[in-house]
Design a protein around this ligand. Sequence first.
Ligand SMILES: C[S@@+](CC[C@H](N)C(=O)[O-])C[C@H]1O[C@@H](n2cnc3c(N)ncnc32)[C@H](O)[C@@H]1O
Length: 290
Amino acid sequence: MPKDKNRHRFELVKTRLGVVTIKNMELGEILHNPLGPWREANDLYVNYSNIKQKFMNLKLKEEPLVLFDLGLGAGTNAIAVIDLTRNIQNSCRPLKIISFENDLGLLEFALQNSSSLEFMEKDKFVLQELLDKGCYSCGNICWEIRNGEFTHFIAKESNYPEVIFFDFYSPNVAPQIWGLNIFQNLFGLCIKAKDTSILVTYSRSTAVRTAMLMAGFTVGMANGLANDHEGTVAATESSAILNPLDNRWLQRWRLSSRSLPFDLDGDSHSIVNQAILEHRQFSCKTEDLG
Ligand SMILES: C[S@@+](CC[C@H](N)C(=O)[O-])C[C@H]1O[C@@H](n2cnc3c(N)ncnc32)[C@H](O)[C@@H]1O
């Protein structure tokens, strides 16, 4: 394949906040909008997943901390985690990063343009090795790629993630990957993890949050980000969620015409209503809704 095969598929552009990022020209989707790759990785994914505290939890020092990085893309989110580990002096848990990706063209494009993407320059050798070999390891960190369709891999995955970065293309362009079935699969793996699992995503879609709740997660807002951007954080334990979706969200959910998980049809309304209204996050409060 010629080296510039990705040139017409991806382009460098600026986000609404003026940060250089990548646009997928085939889907018309700008990645990491509006925060840009590095701030989104750190302010949203690293911060809201509590991964630093998990990494330093020596009560579990023999247990690898498993991070699911969905999808790998330009590798920003995983690189932010590796960067974080470099600033921690004390001994920590082994870290196993599993990145899921069905199109390594985005990483190739990012590496070819690393001088324009601030976060990449320092770690381009790490990313190049990951791309060439499908894995990278250094000290107590090992990183591997599941190269192919996520839905196939997840059905037979045998690692149990304590942290999930859910960063696929948006529900507007790829709704099925954000459906109930996917979150049920993930929840099934999460509850086998040694500690509370936390999933973070940039999406605040009502249908996505409904799917997460139905799958069994407690769901909250990842807010306080630049430009009033809000993502979502979900966990297997309620205590891990600082700003849970509340009665105001439930009121809006009741009025929303777009609350059904993307993989369910209109006949599922009553099942969905029951699952949400009886969810442990809301059930004690529904009498207030009238
Ligand atoms: C928004 S980008 C990810 C950005 C990335 N997390 C980063 O830190 O730079 C979404 C990525 O998910 C991948 N992807 C989308 N759907 C997928 C699927 N069904 N299976 C595997 N990878 C998928 C895309 O190819 C793309 O690279």
